[in-house]
Each structure stands twice: as structure tokens, then as C-alpha cells.
Write a protein that binds this ligand. Structure first.
Ligand SMILES: Cc1cc2nc3c(=O)[nH]c(=O)nc-3n(C[C@H](O)[C@H](O)[C@H](O)COP(=O)(O)OP(=O)(O)OC[C@H]3O[C@@H](n4cnc5c(N)ncnc54)[C@H](O)[C@@H]3O)c2cc1C
Length: 400
């Protein structure tokens, strides 16, 4: 069979990384994006060390780092006890070329990659092209899409479905996406107000527990983002109302003055993993394959790890070194899906449970554990190997 091209649905971070990886390897790609331009929504802001190492291999890390904020430290705090654990990623310097978390919006990465793709003759990027389904046969995949001119289709040897959590490809292929949806919405409010003036030694990423609540501080591009849970049954209208937002921020830091609010978003949080990542010639990656709560910053990072793992295999098969590819592609599923279940889902759910713990004794015990871990360099290093997703990548490699 003549190899044609790889079709990629969705120009989010995962679709863009996949397109760049394959185009650099000389494999023609067609990237189909529903929007008329790249999404600019404020979602992921943390790039973990191994993700930066991968982006470096693709030649885009330096430009991203120039646009972001290098954070060698982050914290767990408590409103009553202050700093519980202050993690120093410098402990990972023997395991990564980037021993820090980079704070940069995910759209900065997609914009950098898109500028590269525009100059690559093998990369065909089509905006305003909404993928609706796909059919496959022994030779390839025909991807159906809608454009301003009507229905269209694109033919490729393989399809990477990277069109986000509501993936029409996953749905139309009948791939289950089991898991749960939390009853409460989460809220993100961004403000130029400088919380570091009021919270001593505040690092740009801090997870903060209170006896009966919690919140997260994240500093990106000159704004502090505050992430808070709301109550089950609270509607977006209620929680995005100015009075509610002001009251929520005053509770966190009572200034007695009106906060300037730059952005606000309310969203529903899920924990779900697809039943398979490989369906013949169709592969799921990123949020199309797994979604989780954002505590720990693992969704986009894990999705980029999927993209790199999968594209390595596509290159291998394309070059004729892996037969018809079936065994190689089933390795993608075998390596990446257990990591989503056993590592990302577990870690993000535990992060949530830890922050929302209200039992006084259990809180005290968790805080003591964290303090002890952070004070012991070996234990702290191991903690950071996990939270930075380095161990998850090692485990995935061992599964292949
Ligand atoms: C508030 C918040 C904070 C977060 N923080 C972090 C963090 O710090 N670190 C982290 O790792 N993760 C974080 N995440 C998760 C992260 O944003 C996602 O995991 C990441 O965006 C997934 O990338 P993706 O490319 O798979 O999907 P998406 O980013 O959803 O991109 C999908 C793309 O496909 C396009 N598309 C959709 N439907 C179609 C269609 N039918 N046809 C063609 N194109 C289509 C969309 O327009 C979009 O461009 C956060 C999420 C939220 C909500």
C-alpha cells in the first residue's frame, strides 16, 4: 500500500506536537482544526521537566521558555499553618535538562509550533474544518469533516484523534470513556493583584488548604490565577457573578478593596479514560483519550507524552521497520493507557482529596508526612520524580 499521510484532528497542544514530530521526520501530515484560529483559552499553564525535554528535542523548548516563567520551586501551604512543603526541583538536575516547572499558557506552545508548521512543505494545516467521523479499511482512513463550504473528507494512512475531551472520533468509533464527573464546578479567576505581598514567600505555584476549603495560586504572564471549587448545584451564572467572585477573593485575601478581575472561567471537571487508545488505524491521544482534574498539571503534559510515544511508533512503522504496525501500535496502548489509570488519575484524585480533607487529625497527619518528605532530600527527590511525571514515563517504557 502506498503511504499517503497522517491526518490529525485538533490543533491543541497534542495535535500540534504530533504534527511537528511527524513533519520533522519527513511524514506528510494534514492537521484539521475546527476553529478559525488556534484556541486562546486559559487552560494549562504548567510544563513539567520531562515535557520540556521532549519539546527541546523538537526544537521548540527555548522559544517557549523565553515566553514563560521558570519556577524551580512550588509549595503546599495551609492558611493556618503557612508553608507545609517547599519543593525544590533542582533535586532533579541529574534526571532532566529542565529541573523546573515552566509557567506558560498552552496557546504559547501551539502558536510557536504553528509558525514552524507553516514553513514545512509536508505540513498541510486546515482551519475551519470540523471533523465529524471516520471510516477505515485495509489501506487507510477517510476522515469526514465540515467546512464553511460544506461536507468534505480527507484520506490518510492513519488518523490521530487529538480533538479534545468531547472527541467526535472517539464517540463515533464507539469507544467507551468511563469514569466520573464531579458534581461541583470549579472556578478560575485571574487578577493582577499581587498575592505575594500578603502570603509570605509565596512561590508562583502553590496549593493551599484551609480547614474547610482549598484553593490554588498560579502566576502566569503577570496575573495571579486563583482556582477554587464551588458548591454542588452552583450554576455558572451564580459563580461568575461579580459579587460572588469578589466575596470568594476577599475570603482568600481580605483586602477590603475591590479586586480587578482580568478573566473568569467556570468549568466541569471529569476523571475519565478511554477503553482503548488504538482502534485499527485510528489512535486517540491527549484529552480525547483521558481527562482529569487540573491539580498537579498533568492533562496536557500527559497528552504531549502520548503524542511523542505514538509518533515514535508511527515513524518506526512508516520506515518499514515494524511490519504492518499492529504490534507496534498495540504497544502505544499498552504503555500509555495504564499510565493514565494508575498514575495520572490516581495522582490527581489524591491531590484533590488531600486539599479537601476536613478531618483535623487526618489533615495533621498529611501535613506531617509532607513536612517530613520535603525535609529529606532523598524522599523529596522521589516525591518530585513522581509529581514531575518522570516516574510515569519510566513506567511506560518498562511496559513496552
Ligand atoms: C483550568 C484548567 C487548567 C489546566 N491546567 C493544566 C496544567 O497546568 N497542566 C496540564 O498538563 N494540563 C492542564 N489542564 C489540562 C489541559 O488543558 C488539557 O489536558 C489539554 O488542553 C489537552 O490538549 P489536547 O490537545 O488533547 O486537547 P485540547 O487542548 O482540547 O485541543 C483540542 C483541539 O481540537 C479542536 N477541536 C475540537 N473539536 C474538533 C473537531 N470536531 N474537529 C477538529 N478540531 C476540533 C479544538 O478547537 C482544539 O483546538 C488544565 C485544564 C483546565 C480546564
Amino acid at each position: 500500500m502506498a503511504q499517503n499521510r497522517v491526518v490529525i484532528a485538533g490543533a491543541g497542544p497534542v495535535g500540534c506536537v504530533s504534527a511537528l514530530y511527524l513533519a520533522r521526520a519527513g511524514i506528510p501530515v494534514t492537521l484539521l482544526e475546527a476553529g478559525d484560529d488556534l484556541e486562546l483559552d486559559l487552560r494549562a499553564s504548567t510544563f513539567h521537566p520531562p515535557t520540556l525535554d521532549m519539546l527541546d528535542e523538537l526544537g521548540v523548548a527555548n522559544e517557549l521558555i523565553e515566553q514563560g516563567l521558570v519556577c524551580p520551586r512550588w509549595q503546599y501551604r495551609d492558611t493556618e499553618e503557612g508553608i507545609i512543603a517547599d519543593w525544590n526541583l533542582g533535586l532533579l538536575s541529574n534526571y532532566t535538562r529542565h529541573p523546573y516547572r515552566l509557567q506558560a499558557e498552552q496557546f504559547r506552545l501551539t502558536q510557536i509550533i504553528m509558525r514552524r508548521l507553516e514553513k514545512m512543505p509536508g505540513a498541510d494545516v486546515r482551519f475551519g474544518c470540523r471533523v465529524s467521523g471516520a471510516k477505515q479499511d485495509g489501506n487507510g482512513v477517510t476522515v469526514d469533516c465540515q467546512t464553511a463550504l460544506g461536507s468534505d473528507s480527507v484520506r490518510g494512512t492513519y488518523l490521530i484523534a487529538a480533538e479534545g475531551g468531547s472527541s467526535p472520533i472517539r464517540k463515533t468509533q464507539g469507544i467507551a470513556f468511563d469514569g466520573l464527573t464531579f458534581p461541583e464546578m470549579w472556578l478560575i479567576v485571574s487578577t493582577p493583584f499581587d498575592f505575594s505581598q500578603f502570603f509570605e514567600e509565596l512561590t508562583p505555584i502553590a496549593y493551599v488548604s484551609e480547614p474547610d476549603d482549598w484553593f490554588v495560586f498560579v502566576y502566569v504572564s503577570g496575573l495571579w490565577r486563583v482556582l477554587v471549587p464551588t458548591k454542588s448545584g452552583d450554576t455558572p451564572e451564580k459563580i461568575l457573578d461579580e459579587k460572588y467572585l469578589q466575596a470568594r477573593l476577599q475570603r482568600i485575601c481580605p483586602t477590603g478593596r475591590q479586586y480587578e478581575i482580568a478573566h473568569k472561567t467556570a468549568y466541569t471537571v471529569h476523571q475519565r479514560v478511554a477503553e482503548t487508545y488504538v482502534h485499527g488505524r485510528i489512535f486517540l491521544a491527549g484529552d480525547a483519550a483521558h481527562i482529569n482534574n487540573p491539580l498537579g498539571g498533568m492533562g496536557m503534559n500527559g497528552g504531549i507524552h502520548d503524542a511523542v510515544n505514538l509518533c515514535q511508533k508511527i515513524v518506526h512503522v512508516w520506515s518499514g521497520q515494524a511490519g504492518d504496525g499492529r504490534a507496534e501500535f498495540s504497544k502505544y496502548d499498552a504503555q500509555r493507557r495504564p499510565i493514565a489509570h494508575e498514575y495520572v488519575q490516581q495522582a490527581t484524585i489524591q491531590n484533590k482529596q488531600m486539599l479537601e480533607e476536613q478531618d483535623g487529625d487526618a489533615r495533621k497527619k498529611r501535613h506531617e508526612n509532607l513536612r517530613r518528605t520535603a525535609a529529606d532530600p532523598d524522599a523529596a527527590r522521589e516525591y518530585l520524580m513522581n509529581s514531575s511525571m518522570i516516574r510515569a514515563l519510566e513506567k511506560a517504557d518498562a511496559l513496552g
